[in-house]
Design a protein around this ligand. Sequence first.
Ligand SMILES: Cc1cc2nc3c(=O)[nH]c(=O)nc-3n(C[C@H](O)[C@H](O)[C@H](O)COP(=O)(O)OP(=O)(O)OC[C@H]3O[C@@H](n4cnc5c(N)ncnc54)[C@H](O)[C@@H]3O)c2cc1C
Length: 345
Amino acid sequence: MQKRDILIVGQGLAGSLLALELEKRGKKVMILDNNPTVSSSKVAAGLYNPITGRKMVKTWLADELFPNLSNYYQALEKKMDARFHFSKTIYRPFNNIEEQNDWSLRTVELGYAPYIKSTFNHSMRIDQLLDPLGGFSVNDSGMVDVATLVSKCKKYFKTKELYTQCRMPSDALEMEEEKIKLGPFEAHQIIFCEGPMAVKNPLWSDLKFKLVKGEILDISCRLAIDYVVSKGIFMLPFKDYFRVGSTYDNQNQNEEPTDKGRRELLTRLSKLYKGNLEVLKHQAGLRPATFDRRPFVGFHAKHKNVGIFNGFGSKGVSLIPYFAMRLADHICFGKKIPFEVNPIR
Ligand SMILES: Cc1cc2nc3c(=O)[nH]c(=O)nc-3n(C[C@H](O)[C@H](O)[C@H](O)COP(=O)(O)OP(=O)(O)OC[C@H]3O[C@@H](n4cnc5c(N)ncnc54)[C@H](O)[C@@H]3O)c2cc1C
């Protein structure tokens, strides 16, 4: 038997960042992951944006999450000796005059000022970009290349012998009062960071997950901008191409790219960009969302040493670092986790 403090099942963004936070606090972890070709983290666009949605409002916990986010990922880049974080302005063109008016009211609302970079009441006049009414741009926004982050973390965990590639079958787990046994491993606790695959784990069958499929394209085009444009759909300049996404589909729970998804993305794109383009790549994945749009961070109602860290939906990049620290502080120092994210809320 190999003894560890904590077993972590799943090495997507959630499992990776939680393992690193626990390691920082002196815990011996072992991560088990089946290393799939497609996962939520491997497909994610990786955007983080404090002002989102049709209503252009501050996202949940924005003031806690965003001021430290770029520092967090920059420190991780140093640790992994890799580049995967990119600060990027997000430009949000107005859809109509009403939105333009709503936004001018928003700019005087308390608490919005730190996130507003500029407001434009006329088009930016960028060749082939459709923004006749102008728009606004935000601060504290950017992009994380999540696939690269996860792959660099995997290399780091492997070097430190903290990683085993395997699929953890749920019936292989032996749960006792004080310890957990799983194959060759024995630990005090186990935390499941399985992303969308959690819906197949009988331990969590009571939790109300709502998986949302997303499709995403990589395109080449002639738009000459270095910021993200977002209007119902986003165009994200990355390397020498643009990433365009994403669809939201809660009917089809699979990871297959479809013609329908591709058509939907191109139709929406035509309202933002009017030039020629070539589709280079088309991917799909599932977002591990929840019915009440709050993640699951904490422990099982019956099995006190079995935990979950999941349900980050389409906001994993901004939520996971914050809640990885909160859960690690809870495990190591007994600090409280907010009730609204407790799996037994
Ligand atoms: C198209 C699309 C676009 C997105 N865009 C953004 C975005 O712009 N910004 C943003 O913040 N978020 C975005 N997201 C969401 C983001 O990807 C997720 O919030 C995040 O990646 C979830 O990470 P996770 O670690 O919980 O899950 P995952 O990345 O799915 O990782 C779970 C891992 O656990 C493994 N696993 C599961 N069960 C087992 C088991 N029993 N044994 C062994 N291994 C197991 C899986 O194979 C996987 O490797 C997007 C998602 C999609 C699909």
